[in-house]
Design a protein around this ligand. Structure first.
Ligand code: PHE
Length: 345
C-alpha cells in the first residue's frame, strides 16, 4: 500500500507538471483526485488493512492528497501567468491602456440653479413645494385675481386641455403662481415657500421665448409683511446666484395678483458701461414681485385683515442663461448632448 501511494504521488506530480494548459490540467486533476480517481481507489483499500497498519497508511494517503493538491494549484497559477504573458506579448493587449469611458450624467443648468436656490431658501426657513403641471383654470387664473377677460387666458397664450368641461377647464400651468394658492390652502399662514417648476405657454419660439420653461415662485405670508421684506428676500437671492451683492432698483409693474406690483432690475453683472446682455442700458430686468393681493389671500382662506405677504416670480431658465452665458433659451429643452455635456455633475 505504501509503495502504491508513493508511486501515485510521484506519477501524479509528474503528470501535473506535463499539463500544458488549463483543460489538460483539469483532466489530470479528475484522474488523480476525482470521485473515480486514483487516490480514491487507494482510499477504498484502506478498509482492508489491519488495525495496526491503517493509521499510518491513512496519514500517508492524506499527505499524498495534499501534495497533489499543492502541485495542481502551483501548476494552475503558472499556466494562468503564462497565458497572460502570451496575451500581452502576442495578442496586442495592453492592460495599462485606459478603459472605455463610462457615460456619466450631468446636472442640467436649470436644475443646478434651482437646487442652489432651494438650499438657499431652505436655509432661510422656506419650504420647497410644487403643484401639478396640468392645472385648473381656477388655480391658474381665478384664485390669482386674474379676471375672466384677461388676455393671458386666451388660446394664444394658454395651452388648454381638450375635452374638459367649460366650468372646470384644465390647462398647462402658465406660471408657478398657482402654487402660491395651493401651498397656502395646504399649510395656512404664516408661511414661507418657494416653488420651482415647469411652465408652458403657446409662444412663437425664438432666442428668448420657449413654449416650456422654468420659474421659481416665492411667497411669504405673515403678520406685518411689507415691501422691505420682499426686497431683502430678492436681494439675498441675487447674491446667492451671482456670488456678490448687486445694485437693484424697483419699478412699478402690473400683475393682478399683487398690489403694489414691481419689476426688480439689477445692475448688469457683466459690464460697467453697457453690453449685449443689458442692451446698453447697464440694467437688466430680473424678476417681478409685489405684495400679495388681498383677493389671493381670501381665495386661499387667509384673512387679509390679519396677514399680509409678498410674492415674486423668478425666471429660472433666464437666470441660468445669465449665469452660464447661454444665449438661446431653445438649448434648454433641446436635449442636445452637445449642449448638455458642457455641464458635468
Ligand atoms: N407669475 C408671474 C408671471 O409668470 C410672475 C409673478 C410672480 C409676478 C409673483 C408677481 C409675483 O409672469
Amino acid at each position: 500500500m505504501r509503495n502504491r501511494l508513493e508511486a501515485l504521488c510521484r506519477d501524479g506530480i509528474a503528470a501535473v507538471a506535463e499539463a500544458q494548459n488549463a483543460d489538460a490540467l483539469q483532466e489530470v486533476e479528475v484522474h488523480l483526485l476525482g470521485r473515480n480517481g486514483a487516490l480514491t481507489a487507494q482510499l477504498k483499500g484502506l478498509g482492508k488493512l489491519s488495525a495496526e497498519e491503517r493509521p499510518a497508511a491513512g496519514k500517508l494517503a492524506n499527505e499524498v492528497k495534499q501534495a497533489l493538491q499543492k502541485a495542481l494549484e502551483d501548476r494552475r497559477a503558472a499556466i494562468d501567468k503564462a497565458e497572460l504573458e502570451e496575451d500581452l506579448a502576442g495578442n496586442g493587449i495592453d492592460p495599462t491602456l485606459p478603459g472605455s469611458p463610462m457615460p456619466v450624467g450631468g446636472v442640467h443648468p436649470v436644475m443646478a440653479v434651482a437646487r442652489e436656490l432651494e438650499d438657499l431658501f431652505s436655509s432661510m426657513g422656506y419650504v420647497v413645494w410644487d403643484g401639478p403641471e396640468i392645472e385648473t383654470e381656477a388655480h391658474n387664473f381665478d384664485d390669482l385675481n386674474i379676471p375672466g377677460d384677461h388676455p393671458a387666458r386666451e388660446s394664444h397664450d394658454t395651452i388648454w386641455m381638450e375635452d374638459t368641461p367649460e366650468d372646470g377647464r384644465l390647462c398647462l400651468r402658465t406660471h408657478t403662481s398657482p402654487v402660491q394658492v395651493r401651498a397656502l390652502q395646504k399649510f395656512g399662514a404664516p408661511l414661507r415657500v418657494v416653488a420651482p417648476g415647469r411652465v408652458f405657454r403657446q409662444e412663437a419660439q425664438d432666442a428668448t421665448h420657449e413654449h416650456t420653461f422654468h420659474q421659481m415662485e416665492g411667497l411669504v405670508v405673515d403678520k406685518g409683511i411689507g415691501v422691505p421684506h420682499m426686497l431683502h428676500a430678492m436681494n439675498s437671492m441675487l447674491e446667492g446666484i451671482f456670488g456678490r451683492k448687486l445694485e437693484t432698483r424697483l419699478r412699478p409693474g402690473f400683475f393682478p395678483f399683487v398690489e403694489p406690483g414691481f419689476e426688480l432690475d439689477a445692475r448688469c453683472p457683466f459690464c460697467k458701461s453697457g453690453c449685449k446682455v443689458c442692451k446698453g442700458s447697464t440694467w437688466i430686468e430680473l424678476m417681478p414681485g409685489g405684495l400679495v393681493h388681498p383677493n389671493v389671500l381670501r381665495a386661499a382662506g387667509v384673512d387679509p385683515e390679519v396677514y399680509s405677504g409678498f410674492a415674486f416670480g423668478l425666471g429660472l431658465s433666464r437666470m441660468a442663461m445669465l449665469r452660464y452665458g447661454i444665449h438661446d433659451i431653445r438649448w434648454m429643452m433641446s436635449g442636445d448632448l452637445r449642449f448638455l455635456e458642457q455641464f458635468p455633475a
